[in-house]
Ligand binder design. Sequence first.
Ligand SMILES: [Zn+2]
Length: 78
Amino acid sequence: MYEGPSEEDIERFSSDDTGYCPHCGEEIWDDVTQCPACGSWIQGSASHRTLLENDLRKRMIILIIALALGAFVILQVF
Ligand SMILES: [Zn+2]
């Protein structure tokens, strides 16, 4: 069962030990031979390109949330 990312998971993302399943996009360890999420067999190593794309998307979402929160705070002040 997947219960969302913990701090330990976030720590792992910063290393090169994880990649993403080319079939379902689930984050997986580089050295696994079968995706635990979709059961697809991994040929070679997991994709790191998707990891980079997901990281950029995460940063954009965080930025948007930060801006929305900032706007909300400003509206509360006035
Ligand atoms: Zn998969």
